[in-house]
Ligand binder design. Sequence first.
Ligand code: SAH
Ligand code: SF4
Length: 447
Amino acid sequence: MKIHIKTYGCQMNERDSEALAGMLIEAGHTMVDSEEAADVLLFNTCSVREQAERKAKGKIGYMKKLKARHPDLIIGALGCMAQRLGNELLNELPHLDFVLGTGQLHTLVPLVESIRADRKQVVAVTESAEVLTGMRTHHRHAGSEEPDFKAQIAITRGCNRFCSYCIVPYVRGREISRSREDVVAEARELVADGAKELLLLGQNVAAYGWGGNVNPPPSGVSPFAELLEELDRIPELLRIRFTSPYPTYFNDRLIAAIAGSRTVCHNIHLPLQSGSDRVLAAMNRQYTATGYRAVVAALRAAMPDVTFSTDVIVGFPGETDEDFRLTRELMNEVGYDNSFIFKYSPRPGAKSAADEDSVPQEVKEERNALLLEDLKTRVAAALRGQVGTVQEVLVEGTSPRNPERWSGRTGTNRLVHFLPVADLKPGTLRQVKITRAGGVSLFGELL
Ligand code: SAH
Ligand code: SF4
């Protein structure tokens, strides 16, 4: 059958969709780019904010017309919203053929085949640990937007942190880690298939291997550090990135492993959420602004060139001007190179949904705009500071906006444009002298 997948939300969902595509192809199906050409339409959904759910529902609703024209079309809702709403989603969107939750994704192939045979609607939302080992396939080299030499590996699933605003622990279940042997074997296969850069994924990757219940971890021990060290020894692997780590898991052992690594990039995504201790406590984030600053300082001491990115929520219930000022101050102090700002969205089932969504929408918008403005100013200044330096970049290929130029990324995750030379290959490391800074990227000359 011809299958089209549309993905909403986070990188973990992107990775799940890629694994599902791999599974479907192994079973003899074909992936297609357009909805009209498909026999099966899959929507891999997100529940983190209401807007993500609204978008997916709108799109699935719209597919009713297509189904009226192609009665054999099979339509499935997968992932977090499917898990959260289950049967309710079938009532709301009765032209759906199936609802497949986060714990059952690995059963997609036989499910689609059974629906083709008997056309019965199915809701499968039981939690299952098998999804952990059952989502190992890949579908790379498929003209995706990501360069071919990049690959992703999910090392944990689920989350045990229960931040008060967050739906993830309810829709993705308890945190579980894959075995080190399994992850390393998958990494070796990907590298043998041409991968040069691995992105390790999980809701809290730094808790990898702790069995879900240690926070903060004792000093001197970090299963995630051990995993990084083992991956570091794969000879043709050039770079490792990971997302997201919860700040309190950066102990001395993990920081030393990152700093001493050949491949781990000096760019850390360190979700902040708020710079106010009062709000952090209400969010059930188990650190203070001071504790967070200490993690940043320890990472910087070990890697002076390290850059940071973060996630922040504006307009959490009760967030005052002073709370927001503290967030803004901390963000400018850390000097993030990138930040993902989210306007608070109450999620039914998450603890904070019981509190009044007290910050007006226009205040959320205003705070969002201020943080984005700060980011722009900071990034432009940080990039100007790079002019004259020599940076190692992993070559990606032609620049999207100017095909005469090529681009690559530094380990610190900055995009650099340069004129190509003969024999230049994507997926190789090159030295570039930085000659000019733009607003969001750098320009330079290959050495
Ligand atoms: N596990 C990851 C993040 C998962 S969700 C981590 O802890 O970093 C991605 C981001 O969405 C979160 O970091 C948070 O900033 C944001 N988010 C989660 N729930 C939200 C909500 N109810 N409203 C607004 N933003 C939210
Ligand atoms: Fe959600 Fe917090 Fe878990 Fe991240 S760590 S997924 S924000 S509960």
